[in-house]
Design a protein around this ligand. Structure first.
Ligand code: MN
Length: 354
């Protein structure tokens, strides 16, 4: 046994996507992540991954990598059993690099739990060994999006997320996808592209057409909390905050001011520390929980699967980023069957480590 951190190694990896993925903020055809190996003095290894997004979070890849490479060394010699103290220090150090927070905090928990033969899934509560994810249709021409949605349904998914970027586009593509896929249930994500009144118009029209919209996600600009509340008070569908929600302070204000019905937590925006705090704020305020992702590989998404499945409080799981990758990391903490993800135990995970 040995709980002190002996070494932390940082490595950059790029994974190609199956096809270019477009949202209202931009497009990507590959995903570059930063992976961490945290080694305890007894040889136990904890893994973690940062998937920074410049367009969404303002995290420039090189900056995140340099910060992780240099600042993580301050944790050499620390005892991972004091994870809460370490999390607070990481919060202060990486305030502007939330994806780095997630990678380092998760690697600490991964090593700590591995030392006991457990996983972070069990640490968080071991609530649900199996969870169900949706899959996303990125912005493309309407016919391609309808075909993509049909294929996603064919793969076994029961909920589809649809990216939109304008009123006209949303009112064209969403009903067509609903027609072609049996109106199964859709999360419509504007990634901030609409004005508040436009968002209400989209919601009202889709509602009058009978489209089964489960959530209208981040309809307006991230700093427009009044706009979010305006939409929420008029929309027939629940409204979610995504880009408006990074820290526990954002969550507190959004909850206090009644801005949204749903929080979309992403560990790449919040790390584990703020992620845990946001969960408790949501539960106190009666806000529904969603978990999402950026461009994580199966290693990185394991962080969110352990968190969401372990806690068990999440109604919507949007953990599809590795499903969009043509290449992937060998390591994963789960197996996938259709839209179902089953969490692996420590012994099964260790076989997948290099
Ligand atoms: Mn979103």
């Amino acid at each position: 046994m040995g709980f002190e951190i002996r070494r932390i190694e940082i490595e950059r990896k790029t994974y190609k996507l199956v096809k270019t993925f477009r949202i209202s903020l931009g497009a990507m055809s590959e995903s570059t992540v930063i992976q961490i190996r945290l080694i305890l003095n007894g040889g136990t290894v904890g893994l973690g991954e940062a998937s920074p997004s410049f367009k969404i979070s303002g995290e420039y890849l090189n900056s995140v990598e340099t910060a992780l490479r240099e600042l993580s060394q301050e944790f050499i010699g620390e005892d991972v059993r004091n994870y809460r103290v370490l999390f607070d220090r990481i919060d202060e150090m990486f305030r502007t690099f939330p994806s780095a927070k997630s990678a380092l905090q998760y690697a600490i928990l991964d090593a700590l739990t591995a030392e006991y033969g457990l996983t972070p899934f069990e640490f968080f509560g071991g609530a649900k060994r199996k969870i169900v994810s949706d899959k996303t249709v990125g912005i493309d021409d309407v016919n391609t999006m309808v075909e993509d949605a049909k294929n996603i349904k064919g793969e076994g998914f029961r909920t589809i997320k649809i990216k939109i970027d304008s009123v006209d586009f949303a009112l064209d593509v969403v009903p067509k996808i609903a027609d072609a896929t049996g109106n199964i249930g859709y999360i419509v994500d504007a990634n901030q592209a609409l004005k508040p009144k436009e968002a209400v118009e989209v919601a009202e029209k889709l509602h009058s057409l009978g489209v089964n919209v489960l959530v209208l996600e981040q309809p307006v600009f991230k700093h427009d909390y009044d706009g979010l509340r305006f939409v929420r008070e008029r929309s027939p569908f629940p409204v979610a905050a995504d880009e408006s929600l990074y820290t526990r302070y954002d969550a507190f204000k959004l909850a206090r001011d009644g801005c949204v019905d749903v929080f979309n937590i992403k560990l790449m925006k919040s790390g584990l520390s703020d992620g845990m705090a946001i969960v408790e704020i949501a539960r106190s305020a009666g806000i529904t929980l969603m978990i999402g992702c950026m461009g994580e590989s199966s290693l990185g998404i394991t962080q969110s699967i352990d968190f969401a499945a372990g806690l068990g409080y999440f109604t919507y799981l949007d953990l599809d980023c590795p499903f969009l990758h043509a290449e992937d990391s060998k390591y994963r903490g789960y197996i996938r069957d259709g839209d179902e993800l089953t969490v692996l135990d420590r012994e099964e995970r260790e076989k997948l480590k290099d």
